[in-house]
Structure formats: structure tokens, C-alpha cells
Write a protein that binds this ligand. Sequence first.
Ligand code: DHB
Length: 391
Amino acid sequence: MALNRWTQGAALAALLAAAPAFADDSTVTIGMILPMTGPSASTGKQERAGAELYLKEHGDTVAGKKIVLSIKDDTGAADVTKRLAQELVANDHAAVLMGFGLTPLALAAAPIATEAKVPEIVTAAATAMITEKSPYVVRTSFTLPQASAPMADWALKNGVKKVVTIVTDYGPGVDAEKWFGETFEKGGGTISQKIRVPLKNPDFAPFLQRMADDKPDAVFVFVPSGFGSIFMKQFVERGLDKSGIKLIGTGDVTDDDLLGDIGDSALGAVTAHHYSAAHDSPENKAFVAAFEKANNGMRPNFMAVAAYDGMALVYKALEKTKGDASGDALLGAMKGMSWTSPRGPVSIDPETRDIVQNIYVRKVEKKDGALWNVEFATIPDVKDPYKASKH
Ligand code: DHB
């Protein structure tokens, strides 16, 4: 049937409006938004290196599509994250948004992901509820409840009876305080103080004295990646490393990126986390060696591995959809995906879109002159307990 002039015009307008989106159907753009500057720049640096290593190792073609990794610096400011997410989706036709160094930044991008129907792969931020803020959020990092509850279980079984918690005062810190605290108290332990320290310009010194006066068996710490050395420096300045108060926490405080700087004062700290550069597997040995080689000897931390896995998830999803990069097809392919990460076996929970992974209990030890988080116990296939508690 011949189209009349009006329908022809409308069809053309629609085609033109849609044209840029299909202008280059042979490329898939991954818009990666990271804090490359500001207080969380170490996260940006590690994440970028992790994503770029995956690209280098696996090539830039998947299922016939050319992968373009477009990395943008949000400086750690949520309004910038949001603007960059909008630009990446509208101008660059990004098929995936990825990265997000801190919880508020991941939250800022969530409405854009929902509106554009584009998967938002969170490779850093770790407050449990982030995945509930958009049906398009998928996470390859971890959640604080996932690491904090096993830390409490370990403490209960190892003679720790009284604990002071010290956390950075925002989403992940509040999660850590709650999930460590409630698990510990349910098992018969006592939390004698709950201390929260501001995210901006943190000064732990005044709180450390208050903590020590309580004479706890252990102090449980959460600080975001990059802030562990400030905490440890002040802990040592107060002589607390020699006080007999055990240092426990999630692995963020003994970050692989900082252990060398922190030095021997970290020896003996016990933490629970999903990744250690010392993880003993062939996949991890190859990952650490390639990462160090590509980055002037920099050791990968848990941020690097989450970005590496974020890329793996995109590649595997594209293979499964045979190159269909539309948002719903990719999201569908990501749900339930499982693979072997340098951290061990992982999968994406199809219901919550959070990562299911082993949590390891580790102790800081010196080996061949360097400090490592040496894993000594494994809790297999841990789902985010916050979401599990709601189902
Ligand atoms: C978050 C950031 C971190 O650097 C980290 O180690 C854990 C959580 C966050 O903002 O969610």
C-alpha cells in the first residue's frame, strides 16, 4: 500500500529521530563513570586499570560488535555523575553504564538507567539497597552486609566478646554497622559503642580515645577504599596497635592498594571480604601478574577485580544475545550469569541482580617482605543478606 504524504513524513521524522541510535550499529559503547580525581581517585585508577586490562586481554570485538570503552571523570560529585550518565546515553548511545565509585554516585545514575532502559553495572559502590533503585542496576562489587555478617560470625567463634564499631557515616558504613552489630549481638556478643565518622575530611583521632577507654576485645572498622591509611596512621599514633585491641573489619580498611603504605601496623588485622590479591587460584595469579605488568607494578585491589568482572559480564551477555545490545536483552542475559572471576566462582542473582560470591576471612601477614591479606577460611556462595532477609 502506498503511503500518503502525511504518513511518509511522520515515518521519516521518526526515522531521523531514531537515526543516531542506529547510526553505528556495529559498535557497543560502555560508558564508564569513575572518580578519577578527588578523595576516591584511587578507586578510579584501580577500576580503569581493571576494565582496560580485560579489554586488552579479550580484544575489542564481541559477537561481531566493536567495544568502545568511554571513561569519564565525575570527580566524585553526584551532579556530575548524573550529567555524564545523561550525556553518555543521549549523545554517545552508550549501551551500558558502568563504574560508580561511591554510593551517592551510583544512586545519581539510577534514574537515568531506568529511563533509558540501559544496564547500570555497579563495580564499586556497595550499599545493599542500590540494586533496588532501578531494575537496570546489576552489581559486580559486593555489599557491606555480605562481608560484615561473616566477620561477626568469625568474631563470635574466636573469643571476641565486646566490640566497638567505627564506620564512615554514609550508606555502606551504616550497612556495615548494622549487619556486623546485629549478627554479633544475636550470637551473644556486645557492641559497647557505635562510632560514625564523617566521609569528608575524616578525623578518627578524637573517637579512637573514646573507643580505647571502653577496653573492647576488638574494634570493627569500615572505611571506604582509599581511606584505610588515614585510619591506620591515627590508630598507631594513639598506640592502639600495641593495646591488645584486635583490629577487625571488612576488607576495605586493609585494601591491597594501601597495605604497602600502611606497613607493619596492619599485621594481624582480620577482615572478611570477597577479594584479596593473594587469593590462591590460577585465574588470580594470572590476573595479578598481568595487572602489575600493565600498571608499573601496581597491585590490584577489590575495585580492580570488580571492574574487570564488569567487563566480563558485558562480554558474556553480548555473546549470549549474539550481539543484541538493546538494554532489555543485555539485562536479561546478565541475570543468572555465572563465571570464574579472579576472586573465585561468581554469579548474578537473577532476582536481586547482586553478585553471589565467596567471602573469605583473611589475616594481614608478611610474605617475602610484603604485606598480604592471606585468606584462611571461605564462606561459599554468599548472597546479599539484606535482600535475603526481605524475601
Ligand atoms: C563504597 C565505597 C568504597 O570505596 C568501598 O570500599 C565500599 C563502599 C560505597 O560508597 O558504596
